[in-house]
Design a protein around this ligand. Sequence first.
Ligand code: HEC
Ligand code: HEC
Length: 322
Amino acid sequence: MDQPADNKLTIEGIALGRRLFYDKILSGNQTQSCASCHKQELAFTDGLRFSTGIDNIAGNRNSMSLVNLGYNRDLFWNGRAKTLEKQALEPVPNPIEMHLSWPDAVARLQADGSYPGLFKKAFGTETIDSILVAKALSQFMRTIVSGNSKFHKYLRNEVQFTQAEINGYLLFRNELKGDCQHCHELGSKLLTDNHFLDITQRFHNNGLDSIYPTYLGLAEVTQDPNDNGKFKSPTLINIALTAPYMHDGRFNTLQEVIEHYDHGVKVSPTLDFFMTKNYPDLQAGDRRELGLTPQEKADLLAFLLTLTDSTVITNPAFSSPF
Ligand code: HEC
Ligand code: HEC
């Protein structure tokens, strides 16, 4: 994992970041921490369709899992932050999240009995600022690495797959059927393509909508209509724990997701090439029909269930220090 030259992991920095991640001091009315929307037992998601901030205002995006983010090149569904250090500056002042200005947050930490000493240990100074808070949070998040699912163990020859899991794995890789691995890439074992250098390989329109009324995805960042409806490919590690699914949480179950890919993919100008490459005759407004059998759908689900890494949700190093 690459670490920024000015924010290498240290024991003290990670410990401080973990504490800040779980501390409600960083929200306006002290009712919410990062962990309110990123719960360890749900692989750091919140189980809600739309996350709700301290003022009970729901946003329009589904909370994201935080595993293996140190390998990612873009953060957020639309990729508007390129480093964890930049990302971590957003939730505190965000009016529909923790809703506390940075000057107020820093003043609270500075007046606290323990934080100045903890910043001194981590960064050599008792003078706290938002940049150091973001650095500590980023160090903690970089430690949340997940590679111990049944799938990972299978690749390491530590466990056997059932026949259904093998069939599902093959479907996931089969270019004529699921072809899931084009975006939920397997080689890196990260189940996302967000580590690739080429940005066109990191954002995709997977056919949820034929028009994009509210939330444009990558186009919000690039201002390019060719990027309408393109989103970061989320990792599928721990996918059984992170319902509901997609940027707007529109699907409640993995079965619904599989039905989407089977016959719900809507053709539109920015639909990903890999969604239609075997279907040259599809027109705008059409839906792709993959034609998976009930058995194939069950096998695909069996494979997706092998992606749960229970060590992430039980590791005490990632839990609340309070
Ligand atoms: C009110 C709920 C809420 C709170 C509080 C919250 N988050 Fe999030 N988080 C979200 C949502 C929703 C998204 C997706 C937002 C988007 O894409 O616009 C997200 C996205 C992220 C991502 C991007 C993950 C990825 O795969 O790109 C990171 C990292 C993250 N949050 C870390 C944090 C940290 C650190 C804190 C505390 C400082 C925090 N979050 C507080 C709801 C929340
Ligand atoms: C062309 C790239 C691409 C292909 C191929 C693809 N996906 Fe996706 N997948 C995405 C993107 C992008 C998203 C997020 C879309 C959004 O939220 O708007 C996503 C989301 C998902 C989610 C929800 C993840 C979450 O955290 O909410 C699941 C589950 C999923 N895909 C499974 C699959 C399966 C199974 C296949 C094969 C049948 C597949 N995908 C094929 C790009 C792809």
